[in-house]
Design a protein around this ligand. Structure first.
Ligand code: HPA
Ligand code: ZN
Length: 343
């Protein structure tokens, strides 16, 4: 498929059309989608003082990725009961639907939902799933959950997360993944957890190649056997690895706004997403933790269209790639594919 000529100015009408296209989003962190006002409201209700994580303008306040992880955990600390996560689910799906997202996958961590206890996890999950079912009816957005271990919490906690995932695999829970601090430990330290999830029929993804280089992406594929990679963008310097990703049909969950906001690349024009596409790697677009990175899916589409001159056909191709790589069953994939055909 040919891209439009980036030298030709894009009309306002064209841009408006692109920004409002139906979208598939594969890489979001459930708590990371929480608007700061929602978290402040819960903190007030529960009389928890987390005022230090907010700037005077009300947005989340942090210095860098590692401080972000601390602020993230402080924000998440006010989500104490299954009911709190149900309210979060409704709030975030309404926002995603406002951005024309018709299908979304989100990372949900047993570490925050019962601490790895299977019985407690099931209660949290039921509450989230009920809220997601209501949101599908009310807002027209379909959600699937990827149970996620947290790398800096270590392999033992990851094993507990994998057991929770295995016990609830099927239906709403379709995948297993890993987020957290990529600088701690190795992908292979988590092989037991990923094997456990795979044996339970779950599809696999892990954060790799956001902060570490191409070897991390190679490790993710070779040591954990994932079919998708969270970010993976630092693979761009290793041509042999790009060939391997293309050959093995691995899909990258690229979050351009997140990468720029956190300083992985200085500006969107320096982001390797076009290079990755040119090498035949499957790429998709997501927001990661939208309020933390001051982005939305509509903003991502607008910025990409303007920076790379991508026309409607490129975004339709990105969405086709995303639904093709989605961790959902055949019937869901077919239903969403129909929704994506909307003009
Ligand atoms: N990256 C890695 N781990 C995370 C993130 C993220 O953006 N959000 C929450 N945990
Ligand atoms: Zn992420």
């Amino acid at each position: 498929m040919t891209d439009r000529d980036p030298n030709e100015p894009m009309t306002e009408e064209e841009l408006h059309h692109i920004v409002h296209l139906p979208k598939v989003e594969l890489h979001t962190h459930f708590e990371g989608m929480a608007p700061p006002a929602f978290i402040r409201g819960l903190a007030k209700e529960k009389k928890v003082d987390i005022s230090k994580i907010f700037r005077p303008d009300g947005s989340y306040d942090y210095r860098d990725f590692w401080h972000f992880l601390e602020v993230y955990e402080a924000a998440t600390s006010v989500l104490k009961k299954p009911e709190d996560f149900a309210r979060l689910c409704t709030a975030v799906l309404e926002k995603s639907a406002e951005n024309d997202v018709v299908y979304q996958e989100t990372f949900i961590s047993p570490d925050f939902c019962g601490g790895g206890d299977v019985g407690a996890w099931k209660e949290y999950l039921h509450a989230i799933e009920d809220a997601a079912t209501a949101a599908e009816r009310d807002f027209g957005i379909t959600l699937r959950g990827i149970v996620t271990c947290i790398r800096h919490n270590g392999p033992d906690q990851a094993r507990a997360a994998a057991r929770c995932a295995a016990e609830t695999a099927g239906g709403f829970i379709t995948g297993f993944g890993m987020g957290g601090d990529e600088k701690q430990g190795k992908q292979r330290d988590f092989a037991w957890a990923f094997d456990c999830a795979r044996e339970a029929g779950l599809q696999l993804t892990t954060h790799a190649g956001e902060w570490n280089g191409p070897q991390e992406v190679r490790d993710a594929v070779e040591d954990l056997g994932v079919s998708r990679i969270g970010h993976g963008v630092n693979a761009y310097t290793d041509i042999a690895l790009l060939e391997m990703l293309a050959e093995q049909d691995i899909t990258l969950e690229v979050c351009p706004g997140s990468n720029v906001f956190l300083g992985v690349f200085p500006a969107l024009k320096d982001h390797p997403i076009q290079k990755l596409r040119d090498r035949g790697v499957n790429v998709t677009i997501s927001t990661d933790d939208p309020p933390f990175f001051h982005t939305t899916m509509r903003q991502e589409y607008a910025a990409l269209a303007k920076t790379f001159g991508w026309g409607e056909e490129v975004f339709r191709e990105l969405n086709a790639t995303a639904i093709g790589a989605a961790f959902c069953d055949k019937a869901t994939r077919e239903a969403i594919t129909k929704q994506l055909e909307r003009k």
